[in-house]
Design a protein around this ligand. Structure first.
Ligand code: TEU
Length: 565
């Protein structure tokens, strides 16, 4: 049986708020995406993942949806989205919508109805609970469980009129849907079918491994182990890959995709997912999802939390990638990413964004990722080497997670300067600065005032400067994507890690039938004699390198793709 189309595809994520503004209001929009489709076509992109554009109070930049079947006027119109679907299909590209159904906005009519009264027919569409036994509503510690939210503070919000609390794993304006209720599930499936009928090609599913909660028959939810210094606990054992998660995802597949003609793609965002679970989720025989976004490698520089910064050890990165490559070699499929709208820029985090090595490390990291077995995801701006933003003060941050963290850290008596340092390095806002299209004052992103400032380095780092430069980061991405399209070994070749103990050099082979590729990447500033490291490289032929004039020495941040046989 032929391998699915997405095994040789490359995906591109658009975060519409920061991609391209077409109205001058300083916010990116669908008109802007339509305007930049040639950029994506030139790059060779096969599928576009569009972060949310649905009506939303924008508390979490659209991941708080108040209407699943329309477009927020901030981003444009449904007609423009139809135009985008048609324009992508005309270019042989596909569209993934962002499916955010672990929670809705608290302004979604479903929640407004649910909150209206304890006897509302939609009360059980969400998680409502009375205060903890022995506590009155609003008392400190009265929350039904001690769970800490991903965005700081308790996961429960009190509804004064009813004296009951509702659950929100993220912000209080993002109440969790109760997937135990089949009415909720059927409403979601109907919405998904509505989008497929409109021509959409699949979904990126937001925190989809959190929809099943470990609830007892009597409705009891268990406290989690305490988290030091917070007075709260870790409830993840009750909501990560819960007891009915496979049942729900299989039901979704059956109700939405089974019997439907089309070449669809589903990718589940799954914080905390293990390899064992990913094998179950992505086993085609189980008809759940095609691939998952796992978080292991983007947590290697985290201590107790993402704000507790730890130095990244390259061998840990290798070990993690190696585990996932081996773990999904015979069943399932990997997604491959360094960047997205929730992670700081990889060239600043995993690479070296100094002027001397930024271009080389950006292309080295790209080569490493794109030559692994799995579907690569390019995040907007990554293809031109965009880096983290030089945030000066806490007032510069817009992201809910960052702002809430600072507030909570101050309440906990932490040192503002130390917290600002963590925010600078880890804030999601690093990924959300406007895309740098050219060197003009607002980088060609808007004619107005951007919602988040343009990175001042755009004067040197922008798409226009790189478009006709064969040595640019952009040119290298084009070559990498073409390599995957033209060489089945890149898409399907078996992966084998080499030099697992080396602290800086990341090397591996990809083998398909008689074809063997050797990939070697120097993830540091130390040059290495290649023949000593990998004697087999001496007789191999170079098919792609990120530096000119390849010689006996593997230079700092150099990457080579060689054909051994
Ligand atoms: O992210 C889920 C998620 O795990 C992240 O919140 C992550 O914990 C955090 O960003 C790491 O810093 C998804 C969306 O991608 C994110 O943008 C949303 O804020 C979140 O879900 C809630 O919808």
């Amino acid at each position: 049986m032929d391998a699915p189309w997405w095994t040789r595809a490359v995906a591109y994520q658009v975060y519409p708020r920061s991609f391209q503004d077409s109205t001058g209001d300083g916010l990116g929009d669908l008109g802007g995406v339509l305007r930049r489709l040639d950029h994506l076509a030139d790059l060779g992109i096969d599928v576009l993942w569009l972060s949310p554009v649905y009506p939303s109070p924008q508390a979490d930049n659209g991941y708080d949806i108040s209407d699943y079947q329309d477009v927020d006027p901030l981003f444009g119109t449904l007609a423009q989205l139809d135009e985008l679907i048609a324009a992508l299909h005309a270019r042989g590209m596909r569209l993934l919508m962002d499916l955010v159904v672990n929670h809705t906005s608290d302004e979604h009519p479903w929640f407004v109805e649910s909150r209206s009264s304890p006897t509302s027919p939609k009360r059980d569409w969400y998680w409502w609970r009375p205060p903890r036994g022995g506590f009155a509503p609003g008392d400190p510690g009265a929350e039904p469980t001690n769970w800490q939210s991903f965005f700081s503070g308790p996961m429960w919000e009190l509804d004064e009129p009813s004296g009951e609390y509702y659950l929100h794993l993220f912000d209080r304006k993002q109440p969790d849907l109760n997937w135990e209720n089949s009415e909720v599930r059927q409403a979601v499936y109907a919405m998904m079918r509505w989008w497929l009928d409109r021509g959409v090609d699949g979904f990126r599913m937001d925190v989809i491994n959190m929809i099943s909660k470990d609830v007892a028959d009597d409705g009891h939810l268990h406290d989690g182990p305490p988290i030091a210094g917070t007075g709260l606990g870790d409830g993840s054992a009750s909501y990560l890959c819960g007891p009915r998660i496979h049942e729900f995802l299989h039901e979704m597949h059956r109700e939405v995709f089974a019997g439907r003609n089309g070449a669809f793609l589903t990718v589940g965002e799954m914080p905390g997912v293990t390899i064992e679970e990913a094998r179950l989720f992505t086993d085609p025989a189980r008809a759940e999802v095609d691939m998952v976004f796992q978080f292991e490698h983007v947590g290697l520089d985290h201590g107790a939390s993402k704000w507790d910064l730890r130095p990244l050890r390259m061998r840990d990165l290798k070990a993690s990638f190696g585990r996932w490559q081996a773990g999904l070699a015979d069943v399932g499929w990997n997604s491959l990413y360094w960047d997205n709208h929730d992670q700081p820029r990889a060239v600043s985090r995993f690479g070296d964004d100094s002027p001397e090595f930024r271009r080389d490390s950006a292309t080295c990291l790209a080569t490493l990722l794109h030559l692994h077995r799995g579907t690569p995801y390019v995040y907007q701006g990554q293809e031109i080497g965009m880096a983290n933003y030089p945030f000066a003060s806490v007032d510069d941050f817009r992201d809910l997670e960052s702002v809430n963290h600072f507030t909570a850290a101050m309440k906990a008596g932490q040192d503002p300067a130390a917290v600002l340092t963590s925010l600078r390095v880890m804030s999601r806002d690093n990924a959300r600065t406007p895309v740098q299209w050219d060197a003009s004052p607002q980088a060609g992103f808007t004619t107005g005032k951007p919602w988040l400032p343009v990175n001042p380095d755009h004067v040197d780092w922008n798409a226009a400067t790189q478009r006709n430069d064969p040595a640019s980061v952009l040119a290298h991405y084009k070559r990498l994507i073409a390599l995957r399209h033209e060489n089945p070994v890149v898409a399907l070749g078996e992966f084998a890690m080499l030099l697992p103990e080396h602290d800086e050099v990341y090397a591996f082979t990809r083998t398909l039938a008689h074809e063997v590729l050797l990939v070697v990447c120097n993830l540091g500033r130390t040059p290495y004699p290649l023949a000593e490291l990998l004697p087999e490289a001496a007789s191999a032929s170079l098919i792609l390198g990120n530096l000119p004039d390849a010689g006996p020495t593997l230079r700092p941040w150099e990457a080579r793709v060689l054909r051994i046989a």
